[in-house]
Design a protein around this ligand. Structure first.
Ligand SMILES: Cc1cc2nc3c(=O)[nH]c(=O)nc-3n(C[C@H](O)[C@H](O)[C@H](O)COP(=O)(O)O)c2cc1C
Length: 183
């Protein structure tokens, strides 16, 4: 099974990206192939429907997404919604890459929880014909702290991260049993 984690912040050391890095490490420690695509490190140009994308980062994002069996999408909560950076990246993608695949939504917010961005992200996933995982994860307020080893400082965040990854992997295995078994 291959899981693509897309970190949707344009900020160095963004907590949403740190959380996705931790989640990728958890998956890899279980022998699951996990790739982190961090849009801060590999930005994609503003999407235009007028022109076929001629950009190395955009091409590698589309390729990684088409190879993935499941996704984790991470966003900072901006004005009660997803970041423009993540939405722009998702505009390069379609049901070709997401159709029938399990997707976990994750947010980081200044407030205690960032649920507005999560509900909107799940609506975007629905329109990409992805399948929303039954769990989601919001990192907020004082829980946005990380240890030197990359793990969230808050034990509750670590537990919820693992529980939400368990649900994603379980759903991905049910949706794509042949593909997942063959890898
Ligand atoms: C433009 C902007 C809009 C924001 N809007 C919200 C908001 O609506 N609700 C909220 O709780 N926090 C809001 N914040 C705070 C961010 O959600 C918070 O700093 C979050 O941890 C950023 O995620 P990051 O660490 O991944 O960059 C906003 C921050 C910025 C820069």
């Amino acid at each position: 099974m291959k899981i693509l984690l897309i970190a949707g912040s344009n900020r160095r050391n963004a907590t949403s990206a740190l959380l996705l890095r931790y989640m990728a490490d958890v998956l890899q420690s279980r022998g699951i192939e996990a790739e982190l695509y961090n849009l801060y490190e590999k930005p994609v140009p503003l999407y235009s429907p007028d022109e076929a994308p001629d950009d190395g980062n955009a091409a590698s994002l589309v390729r990684a997404a088409s190879e993935a069996d499941a996704f984790v999408l991470g966003t900072p909560e901006y004005h009660g919604s997803v970041s423009g950076v993540l939405k722009n990246a998702l505009d390069y993608l379609s049901s070709n890459e997401f159709g029938g695949k399990a997707v976990l939504s994750v947010s980081s917010s200044g407030g205690a929880v960032g649920v507005s961005s999560l509900t909107q992200l799940q609506a975007i996933v629905r329109n990409l014909h992805g399948i929303n995982s039954p769990e989601w994860l919001s990192l907020g307020g004082n829980a946005r702290q990380f240890e030197a080893n990359g793990a969230p400082s808050d034990a509750g965040v670590r537990q919820r991260a693992i529980r939400s990854l368990d649900a994603l992997v379980d759903l991905a295995g049910k949706l794509r049993p042949d593909v997942v078994r063959a890898r």
